[in-house]
Design a protein around this ligand. Structure first.
Ligand code: ZN
Ligand code: ZN
Length: 457
């Protein structure tokens, strides 16, 4: 009797260790499967080929929504549905820019999101050129009256988001130009490339026309301005803007076997800008996260918790993350963790986990699977899970940050060069392996990131 009791106690105390060993072994096996699986590529190829560009509020977005539903169903997801909301939609019309004096030449530009259109015939004015944003910001009110403000501050290539964070300030400074009297704003593209393709993106509503200049054209204007004669530009930017247009988050789930109400939310954004086919931004993120969930669904038994893939519908123009958080406010306590893949298709080089969780057996299993893929498991906790999970994070949802190498991303991002051929299938598969390992380790364990965070206080 006593021996039987001791054996039972021993079995009980062994159970967590045995479970952890199972979790670790399955995580490794899934990682290996992910490295040769083509689902992410197939999904990315399908979205960019069958839909292409899909700005919020465009017919392309409607087709993307229908594509998302059909794709998730075809891959065996459950509870596939569309969550409709309303947000802004800015759609490009005809655009052109040229130097009219003293050295007439055409310029390559892309209007920025939320730009005000020019009158039909365009506008023509002298430029005021600044090589840094700070130089423009130092101008007093009225100093740019009647001028087209041009900021040519270049962007540094960095592995993380640092170079872009600085460049985005330049892109978004149209309002600052307007405050100083400018009648239009041209910013050097937030680009690390030297092609003559401009890189667009969102600006803030400034009440003036705003566009991105290709990087060679920004430098061309610098050289013209340095010659001392006034440089005059003619600019025509047409667009339509709706404050409220229908938008869609497309959702599918892999239901958990034990605690289906506990949910891991992952995804990418379904919308894109319009110059390219939105391959690295962000068909790749859709492909990676969909593939991760699909691989886990292929196990002999479901993980304990539910995995939910969300294809957010309005990241570029804003609103999909806020709409998602608002719609799921009551469920937040059951959202175990959230994360978005939205920095292209380069390898993941660093994983920032929710606070205090590094030593948990589930995160040890994750680390054992991804360290051989050259992923640094950071000592710093995740702070940013992606724009579309910011709303959930603000409501207290833990987030994960699987940081991609952005070294090449900003050669392509928001430009006509954002196309499928730029994606390396091996790098894409590395992303899938890392996401799969993380999601599985969380989904088939009882890790509670809110507890690990409060224990780490
Ligand atoms: Zn994106
Ligand atoms: Zn983007």
């Amino acid at each position: 009797m006593r021996n039987a009791l001791l054996a039972a106690v021993a079995a009980l105390s062994l159970a967590p260790a045995a479970q952890a060993a199972d979790l670790a072994a399955t995580t490794l096996a899934l990682r290996d499967k992910a490295l040769t699986d083509t689902t992410a590529w197939d999904v990315t190829e399908s979205l960019t080929t069958e839909v292409g560009a899909r700005p919020q509020g465009s017919p392309g977005m409607d087709r993307a929504r229908d594509w998302g539903v059909a794709k998730l169903k075809a891959l065996g997801f459950e509870n596939v549905h569309v969550e409709t909301f309303e947000t802004e939609s800015w759609l490009r019309g005809a655009e052109s820019a040229e130097v009219v004096a003293p050295y007439p030449q055409k310029l390559q530009i892309l209007g920025l999101g939320r730009s005000t259109p020019t009158p039909a015939g365009g506008i023509e004015a002298e430029i005021a050129l600044f090589r840094t944003l700070d130089e423009m910001l130092a101008q007093p009110p009225g100093a740019l009256k009647g001028k087209i403000a041009v900021v040519t501050q270049p962007m540094r290539r960095t592995q993380d988001i640092g170079g872009y964070a600085a460049a985005v300030r330049v892109r978004g400074a149209g309002g600052e130009a307007a405050k100083r009297g400018a009648i239009a704003y041209l910013a050097r593209s937030a680009s690390t490339d030297d092609t003559r393709l401009p890189h667009g993106g969102g600006g803030f509503r400034a009440g003036i026309p705003m566009a991105a200049l290709s990087t060679p054209d920004a430098e061309l204007l610098e050289r013209m301005a340095a010659r001392g004669k006034p440089v005059r530009i003619k600019l025509s930017l047409q667009s339509t803007f709706r404050e409220k247009a229908p938008a869609y988050n497309v959702v599918g789930e892999i239901k958990g076997r034990e605690k289906p109400e506990e949910v891991i939310v992952i995804g990418g954004h379904l919308d894109s800008w319009d110059a390219g086919t939105g391959a690295v931004d962000d068909a790749a993120g859709i492909g990676v996260t969909t593939a991760a969930a699909k691989l886990i669904a292929g196990l002999p038994q479901r993980p304990r918790r539910t995995i939910r893939v969300v294809m957010w519908g309005a990241e570029e123009q804003g609103g999909s993350g806020a709409a998602y958080a608002a719609a799921h406010r009551d469920e937040v306590a059951n959202i175990v963790v959230a994360g978005e893949s939205d920095l292209g298709a380069g390898e993941i080089f660093s994983a920032k986990l929710p606070k205090g969780s590094r030593e948990h057996p589930a995160m040890k299993a994750f680390a054992a699977a991804v360290v051989p893929l050259k992923v640094l498991v950071s000592r710093e906790p995740a702070e940013d899970g992606g724009a579309d999970v910011d709303g959930l994070k603000d409501l207290g949802t833990p987030v994960v940050q699987l940081q991609q190498d952005a070294g090449r991303y900003f050669d392509l991002h928001h430009s006509a060069d954002d196309t499928l051929d730029k994606i390396d299938p091996r790098e894409l598969a590395q992303n899938v392996a890392v996401w799969t390992a993380f999601v599985y380790a969380v989904a088939d364990s009882d890790i509670d990131f809110r507890k690990t965070a409060s224990a780490a206080q």
